[in-house]
Ligand binder design. Structure first.
Ligand code: NAD
Length: 444
């Protein structure tokens, strides 16, 4: 099939490349000319395991192209995917300006019947708005061209995006038109060959809702477990044991019940807020959803509170090594990362930071921590701990899992570790002579 993917970010670039890998002819469009130029030169703007090789291979095979010109590519296209950002608006709702701008451009340029797919995460009712926007643009051109609007929310995880897209757990298609659903089924059929994945079809509104509910459910598990961790700490229980104890119940399961420094990223924070907002717009106060968010806001600073409890409210003259900046491992994405909040808090209290992350240093320096004085960016995790008063671990990158504890102890001014991701065994830390603080258990 001829496919146009509009918006070449995490979702658009991964989806477009994976569709090309399956033999479709794909053009990825973006308004960011710099990004498109780089992609043509084989420079991938994001870090995502396996993506670079796949982009290069398909670009060389000419199954994947990049352009800033939507109008040229719509002419040949069967299916147009909208994969632009839907950032949080001022009132917490999803800002649809990019989605509706693309819908307008589609209406202004389409010349034959096409399927328009909302791949971006968009609130219930957005497909109707996209349809109306395209229709309005067609009316202005005095044209009556048939088109369908489908909801096909994306469930890939950054860091595992290629794997998730190539072997999805499920693909959700929301459409009210049977031939359109069949065409979408044909498009996704190659992705279902090897696994037990399912293509789930439903009406458009249910598909739109499914994405928000999936993210809100996962965020709820995280916030619930973080709340449990905080209670464990007060009552002298060990959340690590509690986690294993409850996860063994097949109705609960082990996934997404790790206590930590709160969730971040481009999706959970904004999607939980947007779901709350959608409910409010329909006159319903979604109390549990609001609590999930409130717990997370507090949790992001739990590790900073442990630092001030240990070192005092005024951290002037203290230096902390921070291991991990990205919101989770295997990505350079720092959107809403707990590290941003913790670092700002420590710096406001007078501390200096020596930061290291395997992939997110550029994002931190250029965007998320830009201009903040008092941060030194280090070339390795061991360089970061030299003469630091303590180490603060904020992202569970694999390379932090079993560090050389002897070297860590030798380089730190004090053998103190604040672990925001419960990576280490406290007995082992104590035996190695560390003062060790983690989430949901009293310090040793
Ligand atoms: P992103 O910010 O990485 O990329 C969006 C891209 O769209 C940017 O490159 C931007 O330049 C481009 N764009 C904006 N307006 C445009 C226009 N008019 N024409 C062409 N390009 C335009 O965003 P993302 O992380 O890929 O997320 C995209 C959507 O997918 C969001 O709704 C998000 O919630 C959803 N989503 C994201 C993830 C994830 O892990 N990142 C997972 C599932 C769903």
């Amino acid at each position: 099939m001829n496919i146009t993917v509009i918006g070449t970010g995490y979702v658009g670039l991964v989806s477009g490349t994976c569709f090309a890998e399956m033999g479709n002819k794909v053009t990825c469009i973006d308004v960011d000319a710099n990004k498109i130029e780089k992609l043509k030169q084989g420079i991938i703007p994001i870090f995502e395991p396996g993506l670079e090789a796949m982009v290069k291979r398909n670009y060389e095979n000419k199954t994947l192209r990049f352009s800033t010109q939507l109008s040229e590519h719509l002419e040949k296209c069967d299916i147009a995917f909208i994969a632009v950002g839907t950032p949080m608006g001022d009132d917490g709702s999803a800002d649809l300006k990019y989605v509706l701008q693309v819908a307008k451009e589609i209406g202004e340029n389409m010349s034959h019947p096409i399927i328009v797919v909302d791949k971006s995460t968009v609130p219930v009712g957005t497909a109707d708005k996209v349809r109306a926007t395209i229709k309005e643009a067609l009316n202005k051109r005095q044209l009556d061209i048939a088109f369908e609007v489908v909801s096909n929310p994306e469930f890939l995880k950054e860091g595992d995006a290629i794997k998730d897209f190539m072997k999805p757990d499920r693909v959700v298609i929301g459409s009210d038109d049977v031939p359109t659903t069949e065409k979408m089924r044909d498009l996704y059929a190659p992705f279902f060959r090897s696994g037990s994945a399912r293509l789930i079809t439903m009406d458009v509104r249910s598909a739109e809702m499914t994405k928000y509910v999936a993210n809100a459910m996962l965020a709820t598990k995280i916030s619930f477990m973080n709340e449990v961790a905080n209670i464990c700490e007060l009552v002298g229980a060990d959340v690590n044991d509690v986690r294993i104890g409850i996860g063994s119940d097949s109705r609960i399961g082990y996934s997404f019940i790790y206590p930590g420094s709160g969730y971040g990223g481009s999706c959970f924070p904004k999607d939980v807020k947007a779901l709350h907002r959608t409910a409010a717009e329909h006159g319903y106060e979604a109390r549990l959803v609001a609590a999930v968010e409130a717990v997370n806001d507090t949790q992001k600073l739990v590790i900073a509170k442990k630092v001030t409890k240990r070192f005092g409210e005024d951290l002037t003259g203290k230096t902390f090594a921070v291991w991990g900046l990205s919101f989770k491992p295997d990505t350079d994405d720092m959107r809403e990362a707990p590290a941003i909040y913790v670092i700002k808090e420590l710096i406001e209290r007078g501390a200096k930071i020596k930061a290291y992350d395997p992939k997110a240093m550029h994002e931190a320096q250029e965007f998320y921590l830009k201009g903040i004085e008092g941060i030194t960016y280090c070339n390795s995790k061991y360089e970061a701990v030299i003469d630091a008063d303590a180490m603060v671990l904020l992202t569970d990158w694999k390379e932090f899992r079993i560090p050389d504890f002897e070297e860590l102890k030798t380089q730190l001014k004090n053998p103190i570790v604040f672990d925001g991701r419960n990576q280490y065994n406290d007995k082992m830390m104590r035996e190695n002579g560390f003062e060790y603080f983690q989430i949901g258990k009293k310090a040793v």
